[in-house]
Write a new protein. Structure first.
Length: 496
């Protein structure tokens, strides 16, 4: 190829080889707790490049830094487009996404039991073949007795669990690699290498600082936020327990005392409720003060810490956490192709917050709702006919669960509705192993099943032959263990 990337400030590495594709420009956007997207415009003298040779493959953009090092933007090609021509080049465009994005392409229905959210997340990552993640978590996380992924992508499932627990992430980029970093507080972040301090230079001065990285535009705003979060829940094992919990983070503006109240909080342990309330108010308050900058500082990276200097307002010269950034990169000119030259080489716009504040990702990923009742089959240990606990609960196999072994480990204990339930009096009919039951879900939540009825099926037929005995009504039990048609108790009415 007549043109080469050698000695250029902006280069691209692709599976096609060193100079099969030349980078023209890149537009990029990344945020804490969100997937990044890099749009890369490329040139080639080959008009017949096949998208299949690049889709799902790694591509890395390299940018020279002012300190002779390089900065990398790595990702998987999720889309490849042939746009047209520019001069005598074919013009292509590649969209790069992180490996976490690939989890939007797979969905499942499954049950996790007695695991923390970090454990569940790592299991999902591993099963999809990804290990490029780093855990920088300082908090302790509850063990979920029962957690259901229901008709949702692996990405949505993991995202909503992270949002629930107050965990977020950003990506580190290296040559040919990007790593997802799980975070939950200030200690999860690092000061930007070689950019621990970035000066503010207003536009009138910025032009004279051509060889210095700086911020030339800076704006900041504050907005009204509720100062209190309150929620509660219910624990049937402690029905009189008060689970109402709250967290405060009031500001000095008017109406800062307003509160958000919600139910259910998805907890049974009071300390869990306190932790979740704290996360929720931090989530609401994360957007109270938003600061936005623009400049040419090549080291600005989402998830990094830096201190701004030289701003005329002294209260702005402090340490910040970068919560999001957009980058615009243009290649330096190719010889004899003047229209390809664009500038400036690098511009970034970013948002940040005071590093003393705690960041939490907004809970935008919806939890799936079960749209109405389902049926399931009662299960238990091999050799048993009845399996229950002190509350008359049973274990279930759901028809959508393709992983469980249809035994006592298939689900959590599930409460069973009875026709009468008093204090040591009422009715009791425990569904037996193999019987089909009707299951509803409190608030439509797949994590909160409850048995509301029972139905016959072809393997579990009614006690009286139908329709011949349609005038007979009653209750017929079966002795256990090893009962037969000759071992039973019965109350029967004949209305003929």
């Amino acid at each position: 190829m007549a043109f080469t990337q050698s000695n250029r400030q902006l280069q691209v590495k692709t599976p096609l080889g060193p100079d099969e594709l030349l980078i023209l420009k890149m537009e990029a956007r990344e945020e804490l707790g969100r997937l990044y997207e890099f749009t890369v415009d490329l040139l080639s003298d080959n008009e017949s490049i096949s998208a299949d040779d690049l889709l799902g493959k790694k591509m890395t953009v390299e940018m020279d830094m002012v300190n002779t090092t390089k900065r990398y933007f790595d990702g998987y090609v999720s889309r490849f487009t042939q746009i047209g021509h520019m001069a005598f080049f074919a013009h292509y465009r590649a969209t790069l996404r992180p490996w976490f994005w690939l989890l939007t392409q797979t969905s499942d229905c499954r049950i996790f039991q007695n695991k923390t959210v970090p454990d569940i997340v790592k299991e999902v990552f591993g099963e999809n073949g990804f290990s490029d993640f780093e855990e920088r978590l300082s908090g302790s996380y509850r063990e979920w007795e029962y957690c259901v992924q229901y008709r949702e992508t692996d990405f949505n499932f993991v995202s909503r669990l992270l949002e629930q627990e107050g965990i977020y992430y950003f990506f580190k980029h290296e040559a040919g690699k990007h790593t997802l970093v799980l975070c939950d507080d200030y200690g999860s972040h690092r000061v930007l290498e070689a950019y621990s301090e970035i000066p503010y230079l207003p536009p009138t001065e910025a032009g004279s600082s051509r060889f210095r990285d700086y911020i030339h535009s800076w704006r900041f705003s504050k907005s009204v936020r509720p100062g209190k979060y309150v929620h509660t829940d219910y624990d049937f094992k402690k029905p009189k327990s008060d689970l109402l919990r709250n967290a405060l983070q009031s500001r000095s503006h008017s109406y800062a005392e307003y509160e958000i109240y919600d139910y259910p909080g998805e907890y049974e342990v009071p300390s869990d409720g306190e932790g979740y309330a704290k996360h929720r108010i931090q989530e609401l308050q994360a957007g109270h003060e938003v600061l936005e900058g623009k400049g040419n500082a090549r080291g600005v990276t989402t998830g990094g810490l830096f201190t701004m200097t030289e701003h005329p307002r002294g209260d702005q010269n402090r340490e910040y956490l970068i919560t999001g950034a957009s980058y615009s990169l243009h290649a330096d000119a190719f010889e004899s192709v003047a229209e390809i030259a664009q500038g400036p080489l690098y511009v970034c716009e970013f948002s940040c917050m005071d590093s003393k504040e705690i960041f939490r990702t907004a809970r935008t990923t919806p939890k799936p709702m079960v749209q109405g009742p389902q049926t399931a089959v009662v299960v238990g240990p091999a050799g048993e006919e009845i399996y229950t606990d002190e509350y008359g609960r049973v274990k279930l196999h759901f028809h959508w669960d393709r992983y469980d072994s249809r035994d006592e480990n298939s689900s959590c204990w599930v409460r069973v509705a009875q026709v009468w339930a008093g204090k040591n009096w009422g009715a009791m009919h425990i569904p037996r192993i193999g019987q089909e039951v009707i299951v509803d879900f409190l608030e439509g939540d797949p994590d909160r099943p409850i048995v509301t009825g029972r139905v016959y099926n072809a393997d579990q037929m009614p006690p009286y032959g139908l329709p011949a005995n349609m005038t007979q009504s009653g209750i017929k039990s079966r002795s256990t263990k090893g009962g037969s048609g000759d071992n039973f108790n019965e109350i029967r009415f004949e209305d003929k």
